[in-house]
Design a protein around this ligand. Structure first.
Ligand SMILES: *Cc1c(COP(=O)(O)O)cnc(C)c1O
Length: 367
């Protein structure tokens, strides 16, 4: 095998239970984007087994895939485009978000044999999806043909708990939700918190939290909220690759496209058969891999299918030996946080962009 992403489902289960305990309310497991690169179906099943109450995805297609796998838990799909096959969603008991009167009308029109289950999305300050000015025009009559199951919004800065915008959004949420309460609908689920708010802002838990990144064991923001460990989370993904080739080279050997770097001393190089086609960021030059108890830094540019690391002159590493690209960090290896920092990005993007050429293997991590 060339490379693999080892997914520890017991870590996901642990994180779900930890987050449920922390929030003290219902938990929606966010499994959009192939469960942040961890694999949609196995993660969904693990999260439900650990006590998640709901699954959440961005796309209707993702929700359909879950249903086709036989998962019958409540599923919310929140980026369902106007013009989508709402009848199919209704038929499969997929709950749908509505962010405008137009969307609500289309969903109502599709509610012929069965009423759609709808969550109204409101914009409390992020200016992404959600009702804003149209909220004033919304009446109970607009909702008559559907079942209003939930009302929700999303934080823009929950990973910066001290920011005033969090309080503003929370207050706006309460004020906007009051309108739905005034319609007299029963048991409407109010949900606002993402992972960061679930961990740091208990006043925003309401009836359900929607946790993504923390369920995968990663910190929503290492700088402001601390590491996975300090948050009591267990990273679920370990990315590994077998060294394709090992070679001894003299000082001054140029490496990679553009010969942007040359070896500064006689050394042993390792060629890793993964590249940006696999989600290794081309910009992440300051990162590297973990092998034989130490870090081996990247030399030269990352290319589409391979990159090169400096193993050091004294290395006894051989072709075929496995390197850890990132893991939970407990042995000294690089983490998804390190790769995020090295690529001017975030851990979310690192795990989510691991490409389809990398098989996901459901097993404990290996060192
Ligand atoms: C992605 C997403 C989440 C999860 O965010 P995390 O920061 O990963 O916890 C929650 N709610 C909505 C609407 C989302 O799109």
């Amino acid at each position: 095998m060339r490379a693999e992403a080892l997914i520890d489902l017991s870590a996901i289960k642990f994180n779900v239970q930890h987050l449920k305990k922390t929030s003290g309310t219902k938990l929606l497991a966010v499994v959009k984007a192939d469960a942040y690169g961890h694999g949609l179906i196995p993660v969904a099943q693990a999260a439900l087994a650990a006590g998640a109450d709901y699954l959440g995805v961005a796309l209707l297609e993702e929700a359909i895939t879950l249903r086709e796998a036989g998962i019958d838990a409540p599923i919310l799909a929140w980026l369902v485009q106007p013009g989508s096959d709402f009848a199919r969603a209704i038929d499969l008991d997929i709950e749908i978000a509505a962010a405008s009167l137009k969307a609500l009308q289309e969903i109502s029109d599709a509610s012929t044999s069965k009423k759609a289950r709808v969550h109204l999305e409101i914009d409390t300050g992020m200016s992404h999806g959600g009702f804003l000015s149209e909220w004033d025009q919304l009446t109970a009559a607009h909702c008559a043909a559907v079942d209003i199951i939930g009302v929700y919004s999303h934080f823009a800065r929950a990973d910066e708990p001290e920011e005033r915008q969090n309080q503003d959004q929370l207050e706006r949420f309460k004020a906007m939700v009051a309108k739905i309460e005034s319609f007299g609908f029963k048991n409407v689920i109010r949900h606002l918190s993402n992972s960061a708010a679930t961990l740091k802002n208990h006043s925003a838990a309401f009836d359900m939290v929607r946790t993504g990144i923390a369920m995968y064991g990663l910190s929503p923001d290492v700088t402001t909220l601390g590491s996975s460990t300090s948050l009591g989370l267990r990273p679920a993904m370990q990315l590994r690759a077998a060294l394709y080739l090992v070679k001894d080279v003299p000082a001054g050997t140029p490496v990679g496209y553009g010969a942007t770097e040359s070896t500064s001393a006689d050394t042993r190089l390792g060629v890793v058969a993964m590249g940006y086609a696999d989600g290794i960021p081309r910009i992440a030059h300051a990162s590297g891999v973990w092998i034989a108890g130490k870090r081996a830094p990247i030399v030269g540019r990352v290319s589409m299918d391979q990159f090169v690391v400096d193993l050091g002159a004294a290395s006894t590493v051989q072709s075929g030996d496995w390197v850890t690209v990132f893991g939970n960090g407990s042995h000294g290896e690089y983490t998804a946080d390190d790769w995020g920092a090295a690529s001017q990005s975030i851990n979310y993007e690192i795990v989510t962009r691991i490409g389809p050429r990398v098989p996901r293997i459901y097993a404990p991590h290996v060192y």
